[in-house]
Design a protein around this ligand. Structure first.
Ligand code: SAM
Length: 296
């Protein structure tokens, strides 16, 4: 089991995300179906609920509002990435997908993949091993390759694994970086974007989420009172993802989760976004980005 007190707290974040996806399955209108999330989250669902019950008691708020507020970003983000991937796969020629920092993402198992789609996942070995163990009786519906590697590595050794498993840089690729960039040191985040851009032929698609510099500052100061075990590890922020990606040859559309989530009723006035660490207050914010490679 990926322990709650993992020596690598960034890998532990994968379990928190899985737990939030598991909780989304009990929502009256779930934004996606992930039948594997409960299994992968293990006792993290119970742990989160115990913590949130205490928050609800302390703040004298309904538990359901506390759950809604603390799970909605992951629900909206998952739905955003599902939609982005679904629309990319309807395009002819996009049959190669690389999920960087895949964590406990189960798209390889739960997506309706076109025949012969190749899906590569890169993450720390202990995260990938845990997923393989828990899902050992499930069969991916794609050609599935797991590449253990360190995505902060400036030499990008993980690329060797990708190429050895048949990745074709001359074919367009769908890249998913969901909940990853903010955990990388700034030089590594830039090196990663540069590497994947060099591996992307024109027409490739990139989905990522990113937080602003203000969110990173707010998250880091949360360390002091031990608030937000996940966001405490954020390092990389970006205030203009469009400009950032343009510098690597991508044309990006940028939205905010509250815009995407409002359409699904997830950001009602009764549960405002203020005070969420990544939320839209002062200079804080989260971006959901859908980009297209414009040149080879
Ligand atoms: C917040 S989780 C998100 C996981 C997954 N994308 C999802 O949305 O469910 C971040 C993931 O990035 C991985 N990660 C962070 N830094 C990494 C690094 N330097 N090398 C490889 N994986 C890394 C973590 O192990 C973790 O699985």
């Amino acid at each position: 089991m990926l322990p709650s007190t993992s020596s690598d707290p960034v890998s532990y974040t994968a379990r928190i995300v899985a737990a939030k996806r598991a909780l989304e399955q009990s929502h009256p209108n779930p934004l996606f179906k992930d039948p594997y999330a409960v299994l992968l989250a293990g006792d993290e669902v119970t742990n989160l609920l115990a913590k949130w019950r205490e928050v609800a008691r302390r703040q004298d708020r309904p538990l359901k509002d506390v759950i809604a507020k603390r799970t909605r970003y992951i629900a909206v983000r998952t739905c955003f990435f599902d939609d982005l991937l679904g629309s990319a796969l309807r395009e002819p020629g996009l049959s190669q997908v690389v999920i960087l920092g895949s964590g406990l993402d189960t798209r390889a198992f739960r997506f309706d993949w076109p025949l012969l789609t190749r899906v590569y996942e890169v993450d720390h070995p202990e995260v990938l091993n845990y997923k393989v163990r828990v899902l050992q009786n499930s069969v991916p519906a794609c050609q599935h390759f797991l590449i253990p590697g360190d995505l902060a590595d400036l030499q990008a050794e993980w690329v060797k694994g990708l190429l050895e498993q048949g990745f074709q840089a001359q074919s367009p690729t769908v890249w998913l970086l969901e909940g990853l960039l903010m955990y990388l040191p700034e030089p590594s985040a830039h090196a990663l974007l540069k590497t994947l851009s060099e591996l992307s032929s024109a027409g490739s698609v990139l989905g990522l989420d990113s937080v602003t510099g203000g969110s990173v500052a707010a998250a880091q100061s949360a360390r002091k009172n031990d608030r937000g075990r996940v966001v405490r590890h954020w390092e990389f922020g970006c205030d203009d993802p469009k400009e950032l990606l343009a510098s690597y040859g991508w044309s990006a559309e940028v939205s905010q989760p509250q815009e995407v989530g409002k359409a699904h009723g997830r950001y009602p006035q009764s549960i405002p976004i203020e005070a969420e660490v990544g939320g839209h207050q002062d200079e804080r914010g989260v971006w959901l980005v859908h980009a297209r490679k414009t040149q080879a």
